[in-house]
Ligand binder design. Sequence first.
Ligand code: NAD
Length: 499
Amino acid sequence: MPRVTLPADMTERLAKLAPPSQAVIDGDLVEAASGATFHNVSPRDGQVLNLVTACQADDVERAVAGARAAFEDGRWRDQGPRQKKAVLFRLAELMERDADELALLESLDVGKPISDARNVDIPLAINTCRWYAEALDKVYGEVGTSPADRLSYAVHEPLGVIGAIVPWNFPLHMAMWKVAPALAMGNSVVLKPAEQSPLTALKLGALALEAGLPPGVLNVIPGLGGVAGEALALSMDVDMIAFTGSGPVGRRLMEYSARSNLKRVSLELGGKSPQIVFADCPDLEAAAQAAAWGVFYNQGEVCTAASRLLVEAPIKDAFLARVIEVAKGMKVGDPLDPSTQFGAMVSERQMNTALDYIATADSQGARRVLGGQRVRQEAGGFYVEPTIFDQVRPDQTLAREEVFGPVLGVMTFSSEDEAMRLANDTVYGLAAGLWTADVSKALRGARRLKAGLVWVNGWDACDITMPFGGFKQSGFGRDRSLHALHKYADLKSVSVTLR
Ligand code: NAD
């Protein structure tokens, strides 16, 4: 993708910006019935950006009822594939038209560098919308082998009302991973953005109406997880919750399902992903870049963050020295400065969590070789510098728990078996990577690593065409690819007896 050059001075754009605040329910932009709002704080400077509608249980009920009515009367589900495609393509066009604004909203809301928001998050969200628009008529059923007097076939039917609950690290992109395939399959959706990052989801809801998506088909309900999210997940009229977020909330969602209508649940949860560098790595410079950016991209707030670096003993010192150099060269700064590569963490709470993990690693005897401090305090925001610990032991907290911040733990290994054992020694199984010039070692490793995504001689080198999701406690269900379309459908067998 060609990179967009951003203007250096954001002042004028900021002055013109009117961040959205209202929920999108049944085709209308509305406040909560109670009038409740919450403070939406920008981690860039710690200031309140705007007051956003805080949906309560009754608002959620209204949104679910609107989504149900839209589904049952077929205003979207029953449209032909060409009509559905036209609406989703139009939505992608409108997102492209407003890409600068969406990027600015995203960067302000979560503290990510504006260059990343404009060149990565927003284009990928748009691409996701287009990809599912193109894919929606490539879903085929099956014809069974039947006796001559019978015709049996199986069809994929939309589930009904999908509750999508998404996190704050890639707000619009993660939302589109769920909304696009769910809509493409003919469902109605109630989207609950994270309270830290409601803005682009609200804008998406308004753009979808402008694109011609019928009212009620996509509802957006900003609000607190324990209020709006819980009400959505406990609803008797929601057919599925598609979730990306933390393990503890994922567990609750399964309980809510059990306590309500046994709705389906798909969970994309956290990770503690290992990146393994063998001494025969074919490109140590590329591996060093991947080791540093694999964990520090997006301030480390990435579920697939390569937060455990496993290096073969003979090259460890020289390799780590290069990783430290790459990390030192990252430009930490104001998220709205187009040259910034590393911005603010999403909230004061997330910053303190990262600082606590750093203190724990110090106290448990890991060797801090880079960073470890809060920085840019004068800006009023929540910034933690890239931090690296060497000599991390497998039993230490840093090797076991997800930080979801810019903290890398380095370990050393001496054999292929030891590398695999260390890599798989985690409750998580989202991503893993290995660097080697030996094709047999690479293929053996790809088979032995217990993770939903495995990268060989690269990190995060995949796209919308490939399924995304985890093994073990990283969850179940897949985003991206045609598998995601099937996730939002049920399979119906029909048998017709010929008389
Ligand atoms: P979180 O689980 O606290 O919040 C995620 C969403 O769940 C938010 O919208 C929140 O409002 C909602 N929520 C919170 N409590 C709820 C409840 N009781 N009922 C219903 N909804 C509720 O997670 P987070 O802090 O936003 O995100 C960080 C976590 O997400 C990390 O653990 C990270 O690894 C994970 N994550 C995973 C992926 C992936 O694809 N596997 C991607 C991004 C983030």
